[in-house]
Each structure stands twice: as C-alpha cells, then as structure tokens.
Ligand binder design. Structure first.
Ligand code: HSE
Length: 379
C-alpha cells in the first residue's frame, strides 16, 4: 500500500513513525504547508501531486477541521483512492455523504481514530452489531477534559494551568474550546450513536454542557460528597428513537468511570447478548491516535471495504423522556430553579428529577447571564 499522508503535526508525525516500521505500508508523500527538512522530497505542498499519482491508493488525513479536509476526502475518493481519517469534525458533519461516495466509488472510508484515540471502539461497535443489538453507549470520550478534571482533583492546580498542560502534551484540539465546551465529545457521541443505532443524529439533536464553568469550590464539594466529576457522552435507544446528550456527571468515587486518569477514556456499550463491554485506554495523543489510523490502513490492505454501518436514518430524539437529578450552581438563581430545587448542595443546589431537554435548555440560557454557571448530572 502506498500512502499520501495529509498533515505532519502531532498525529501525522506519529502515523509517519509507525508506518516507517510496517513492511507492507509506505508513505510516498506528506502534504503540509510547513517545511520539514527531515522529510526530504517526500514533502509536498500541493495536493494534486498526491491526487494524480496512480501509485498512491490510500490517503490518510490528520489535518483536522472541516476545510479543506472535506474537499480532499471527496477528491481522493473520486479518484478511486481509499480514505482514512482521524477527523471527527469531518466525519460527524459529512457522515452519509462521505460513506455514500466511498460505496459508489468502491473504495474504503475508515475513521477508527476519530473516537477514543487508540481504542478499538468503532470497530467493536461494528463487530458487536453482527450478533447483537446495542441499547446504550456512554463514557469519557475526551482526554483533554479528563486530564483537566483529574489534575484539578488531585492537586491545587487551577483550570487554565491544567488546560495548558493538556495542550503541551498534545491532547487538546487546535482550538481547545472544542474540548472544554464539549463540542469534540459531542461529535464523538454522534458518530458512535449513528454507528451503534444506525441512526442519523446531527449536532442540533445533541445538547451539550461542557466544563468551562467548573471551579475549585465545585471540586472541593464533590470530594466531600465522595463523588467525582467527569464529562461524559450519553446515548440510548428509547422506543423508536434515541436520547443523546453531553454533560458533566457526578459518579460515586468507587465506580470505574470515576477512576480514569490523565488523558485516558473509558467508553462503554450495552448489548442485549453481551451485556456491558467497556474500552479503556489513551483517548488522545500522538501515538494512540496514530495507532488507529495505521490499523485502518492495515485493514484496508487486507481487503476491508465496508463502512462501520449500513444505511442510516433520522429517528425521533427523546431527550424529554430521559430524566435525572442535577447539581446546579449559579450566581443568578431564578424561579425555574426555585421550583425544581430539591435541597441545597454546597454553593449550589440539587434538583428534583428533571428531563435532559429541560435542564439543558435552562442552562443554555442561564450561561449567557452567568458564564460561570455549572451543572452536572447526578448518577
Ligand atoms: N482533543 C481530543 C481529546 C483529541 O482530548 O480527546 C482526541 O480526539
């Protein structure tokens, strides 16, 4: 297999390094706007060199962002080249279009590294569906926010310092607000739910609350209550539809989800036959992410052409039917909060049972008035 690699950043350099040790894979060209003398004449600045080279059968994209990644994907597959990407933004946004194009052109489209870094998560969903019906998925799917929350919990480090550390370690997105405001994990749960349930969710279907507002006072309170705060993705079948949402949750300290260190992810699905299956490992960083990009190349070289799911369809979204208790802290309490409050909790309150839809709608408005407002589901 001869490969055109798009991007020589954190993940791209990892892909390059791993492939240099694979006997059957070769990177012929690397596309990047920057100069890298160590790449010699493998480095190109013009995508058409890769596109028009008939020897290159597979393009691996680790540029991130929607454009020009989308155009590069379409052009590669139109030219009959397989396409491998770690770009969840791209996959989430152009899911059916890219998979349909791959099917039409008879090429492979793989994106295992887009969710869970080095975990065999998407490939396991694909395999599980052959003999099972998946009812629910959830988990910690963002390494940066797990790193921040764990650092703040285990040391007196403030949010901004923990974020800088995660950036320096190569975990965070180019714009880390995608991590801390939950957009990165939202894309990952959309891709996962679409594959697990053969549905078609869009960003508008999946409410998100991130960890930007969390403060030391919250962390101290959670410690005293023997719970741990984690940013989680959640999706489950409900009748003929699904519920799907992203929010911080408070987990009892003795549960597996509460004990995930550093940049690690823990992602779980429930199958009717297999029961609970959880996947634990590094969800971000150079080599874990590169590992799955190269795994996709090896799969393609051995003949895998299918995408992880067949035909997908829009289904009703029932976030109004999924209810739980919430911790809410705001400096601007209002009548809605007064009506839904069950009892005080630290500097905030604990609510009665509230639907995900109602809680997120309230929080989305409240954060405009009080940017430091914080909510967390209680499990
Ligand atoms: N920024 C992402 C994370 C990278 O922290 O999980 C891996 O998708």
């Amino acid at each position: 297999m001869k490969i055109g690699l798009l991007g020589f950043g954190t993940v791209g350099a990892g892909v390059y390094h791993i492939i240099s040790k694979q006997a059957d894979l070769e990177i012929k060209y690397v596309l990047d706007l920057r100069e890298f003398p160590e790449l010699g004449d493998k480095l190109v600045h013009d995508y058409s060199v890769i596109l028009n080279d008939p020897e290159i059968d597979t393009v691996v994209e680790v540029l991130g962002g929607l454009h020009p990644s989308y155009e590069f994907a379409v052009q590669a597959m139109e030219k009959g080249k397989n396409f491998v990407t770690a770009n969840k933004h791209l996959v989430c946004h152009y899911f059916t279009e890219l998979t349909s194009l791959a099917a039409k052109r008879g090429v492979a489209f793989r994106c295992t590294a887009a969710v869970g870094g080095g975990l065999p998560w998407l490939t396991s969903l694909e395999r599980a569906k052959r003999v099972d019906k998946i009812s629910e998925i959830w988990g910690i799917m963002n390494g940066t926010t797990n790193y921040i929350l764990e650092t703040m919990r285990s040391s007196p480090v403030a949010f901004d310092k923990a974020l800088s550390e995660a950036q320096a370690l190569g975990y965070a997105e180019a714009d880390p607000s995608a991590d801390i405001d939950g957009l990165d994990i939202q894309r990952k749960v959309i891709i996962s739910a679409n594959i697990a349930f053969n549905c078609l969710l869009t960003e508008a279907d999946v409410p998100v609350f991130g960890i930007r507002g969390i403060r030391k006072e919250d962390i101290d309170l959670f410690k005293s209550e023997n719970v741990v705060c984690k940013l989680t993705a959640n999706a489950m079948r409900i009748d003929d539809g699904v519920a799907a949402f992203v929010e911080p949750i408070l987990v009892p300290a003795n549960e597996p989800d509460a004990n995930i260190p550093s940049n690690f992810n823990l992602i779980t699905f429930i199958g009717e036959n297999v029961g609970r299956l959880s996947f634990y490992g590094q969800g971000a960083g150079r080599y874990p992410t590169a590992f799955n990009c190269v795994q996709d190349c090896v799969d393609i070289a051995s003949g895998v052409k299918d995408f992880y799911a067949g035909a997908l369809k829009y289904v009703p979204v029932y976030n109004d039917r999924e209810e739980h208790y919430y911790y809410v802290r705001t400096s601007c309490p209002d009548s809605w909060l007064g009506e839904h409050m069950s009892k005080p909790m630290g500097n905030g309150v604990m609510t009665h049972l509230v639907s995900v839809k109602e809680m997120h709608a309230w929080a989305k408005e409240k954060i405009k008035e009080d940017p430091e407002c914080f909510i967390a589901g209680i499990r």
